[in-house]
Design a protein around this ligand. Structure first.
Ligand SMILES: NC(=O)c1ccc[n+]([C@@H]2O[C@H](COP(=O)([O-])OP(=O)(O)OC[C@H]3O[C@@H](n4cnc5c(N)ncnc54)[C@H](OP(=O)(O)O)[C@@H]3O)[C@@H](O)[C@H]2O)c1
Length: 330
């Protein structure tokens, strides 16, 4: 078992003086929810990128309430008023639907109009093991949601990340190891039985996310780009499709609970890896650019397919061409 990292050792900022800004996709549930909560507690103005206004606004309300309760408890526990000066940041909803490239463009344009810098971009949103489907941009849905739309979003807001010499964190998954040989993100395993290959399509997208991070780091040595596996967090909505299937859903539910019992971490512990990458002053572009981390924020090594620079370069080129073909020059 890993030793839990204490997020209160990460730096706290004054929202007015330091003006730290973060953008987190999928911040309304699961791991993203706790990522936002802690960034907010650390004084960040956080944009929650999400597709459903009522879900995101509901999460914003809950996070504010939770943050207030935690600050009060900290003050009581420590019998000190030193925490009274600790200020929470701000929370804003940014509409973005990752299955739609035009929505990504709109979100980026809105963000660029509102902010002049971005300290931390967290590409967190994702879907896992859902049936084969094409988006209106004609990409396989897991590939676009998990990878391609985050690629486009990152490229659009990158100038603001460079202004603050900030960080780009991309949430991948240990599941990327399912891809054993390099295959183009365009391979959609179209005609193969869905139940197994829906996991492979997820793995393919998460492999591409790691490759993207490696290339981004090489191309931008002045900022810090990292990817990570958050841990096995079995109580998020990520598993909903499988557990709601008729008949086999119960089998999946039992399997996930069992795996979670043996190897799982809580939703909040799942955010630790992201938070460490986003805030730790021990990480620097010089030594950590392109690195991959695992549960609890420990450095790790991705699969040989994800780690290969040749594969990363060809995935990058493929993505740029696919986006260009759809009218999105990057
Ligand atoms: N849980 C794990 O064990 C685990 C393990 C490895 C990696 N991960 C990765 O961790 C990240 C967070 O997952 P989670 O476990 O916290 O799952 P989750 O609770 O399902 O959160 C996923 C988030 O992504 C958002 N999202 C999905 N599709 C979207 C779209 N088209 N446009 C905008 N937002 C969209 C969801 O929004 P809605 O609420 O609107 O659906 C939700 O906020 C994912 O990238 C996942 O692959 C998780």
């Amino acid at each position: 078992m890993w030793e839990e990292f204490d997020v209160t050792t990460l730096p706290y900022y004054d929202p007015e003086l330091d003006n730290k800004v973060a953008l987190v996709t999928g911040g309304n549930s699961g791991i993203g929810y706790y990522t936002v909560l802690h960034l907010y507690l650390h004084g960040f103005k956080v944009y929650l990128g999400g597709r459903n206004s009522s879900r995101v606004n509901h999460a914003i309300k809950d996070i504010k309430k939770e943050a207030k309760a935690r600050l009060r408890k900290d003050i009581e526990d420590k019998h000190s008023n030193s925490l009274i000066t600790r200020k929470t940041g701000k929370l804003e909803y940014l509409h973005i639907d990752l299955t739609d490239l035009s929505s990504v463009e709109k979100a980026a344009t809105k963000f660029l109009a509102q902010e002049d810098h971005l300290d931390v971009l967290i590409n967190n949103a994702g879907v896992m093991a859902i049936p084969y489907e094409l988006t209106k941009d004609n990409f396989e849905i897991q590939m676009q949601t998990n990878y391609i739309s985050h690629f486009l979003l990152t490229m659009r807001v990158l100038p603001l990340v460079k202004v603050s010499k900030g960080r780009v964190i991309t949430v991948s998954s240990v599941g990327h190891h399912l891809i054993l040989v390099n295959c183009k993100p365009g391979s959609q395993f179209n005609y193969w039985p869905s139940m197994f290959f829906m996991w492979c399509r997820y793995a393919l997208a998460k492999t591409a996310s790691i490759q993207f991070t490696k290339m981004l780091a090489i191309k931008n040595p002045d900022i810090l780009c990292m990817s990570l596996h958050p841990g096995l967090v079995m109580n998020t909505n990520l598993f909903s499709y499988c557990t709601r299937l008729p008949f086999v859903g119960m089998f999946f539910w039992i399997l996930f609970q069992f795996v979670g019992y043996l190897f799982g971490v809580s939703n909040e512990q799942g955010a630790i890896s992201t938070l460490k990458c986003a805030l730790s002053s021990e990480l620097s572009p010089e030594y950590d650019n392109g690195a991959y981390f695992t549960t609890g924020g420990y450095p790790s090594k991705p699969s040989h397919v994800a780690n290969s620079l040749d594969n990363a370069a060809s995935t990058w080129i493929w993505t740029v061409h696919e986006l260009r073909d759809r009218g999105h020059e990057v």
